[in-house]
Design a protein around this ligand. Structure first.
Ligand SMILES: Cc1cc2nc3c(=O)[nH]c(=O)nc-3n(C[C@H](O)[C@H](O)[C@H](O)COP(=O)(O)O)c2cc1C
Length: 243
């Protein structure tokens, strides 16, 4: 499958809808800050770093539904799935979307590395707080019927990526979304995808610097089940990648 990966401040319905005509099977909305702590961090990120969605956590579900409507009204024939990427500091925070009936996939963000987000205990900080990450997964399993995706960044200092993957796969998590981040190098770490694929049956969505069909194929050859792109989508045309 072909996936549009989250881009905070960018991936709303208006931006995403065109990719329903570009061979994309999963569109990821957000990331969204779904509780007070991540909301505050999002404000700080917006000032210091880059624009984010400033959606009040109380209206999150309605706002997501509005974005989904924009996509589906633009292309009613599209049969793909909609995911929403979410940053949170507690398992309880996910209550904000328990009653949502339009989302297909909830993606737990254990990936974003902006200082304010990590200081709040969300995003990439969850890779160093496995207990909390697993509580979030557990809460979604217990209280919702969404497919669950967990987005992780590979090659984070002092994090054993393979150990985290082993813990995650003890839950019914459908998608493991891996940013095959390769510190200092402008191409994915295909080897880490290969190593993850050798220890898990979860559906691996892999990304990082996939800008051509050749790199897309390399990711699949490394063992990814699907490939996602983010930055390459900024110019609005990814048909050359997802041919
Ligand atoms: C502007 C921007 C915002 C992003 N926001 C998020 C986010 O909110 N949540 C997330 O999991 N990843 C986020 N990402 C990371 C991307 O989803 C992707 O994992 C990363 O950019 C590597 O893929 P790429 O090389 O295809 O861009 C963002 C990336 C960009 C460029």
């Amino acid at each position: 499958m072909n996936v549009l990966s989250a881009m905070a401040g960018i991936n709303d319905g208006e931006f995403c809808k065109k990719f329903t005509k570009q061979n994309v099977d999963i569109i990821t909305l957000g990331g969204y800050n779904i509780d007070l702590e991540t909301f505050k961090a999002g404000l700080e990120n917006s000032v210091k770093y880059r624009q984010e969605f400033i959606t009040c956590p109380h209206h999150l579900s309605e706002d997501i539904n509005e974005q989904i409507d924009i996509i589906k009204e633009y292309n009613p024939k599209w049969k793909g799935k909609i995911a929403a990427n979410m940053r949170a500091v507690s398992a309880d925070s996910f209550k904000a979307i328990y009653k949502n009936t339009q989302l297909d996939i909830v993606e737990i963000n254990a990936h974003c590395r902006q200082e304010a987000t990590q200081d709040a205990g969300a995003g990439q900080a969850l890779l160093k707080n496995e207990k909390l990450l697993l509580e979030m997964i557990d809460a979604l399993c217990e209280n919702t019927t969404f497919d669950i995706s967990v987005k992780i960044r590979a090659n984070v200092e002092d994090v054993d990526t393979l150990k985290i993957v082993e813990s995650i796969q003890s839950y019914p998590v459908k998608y493991l979304h891996v940013d095959a981040f390769n510190p200092g190098i402008d191409e994915a770490d295909y080897e880490i995808i290969n190593r993850i694929a050798s220890i898990t049956d979860m559906h691996i969505i892999a990304n990082n610097s996939v800008t051509s069909h050749e790199r897309y194929q390399k990711m699949l050859d490394a063992g990814a089940s699907s490939v996602s792109v983010a930055r390459a989508a900024l110019d609005g045309d990814i048909t050359h990648i997802f041919q």
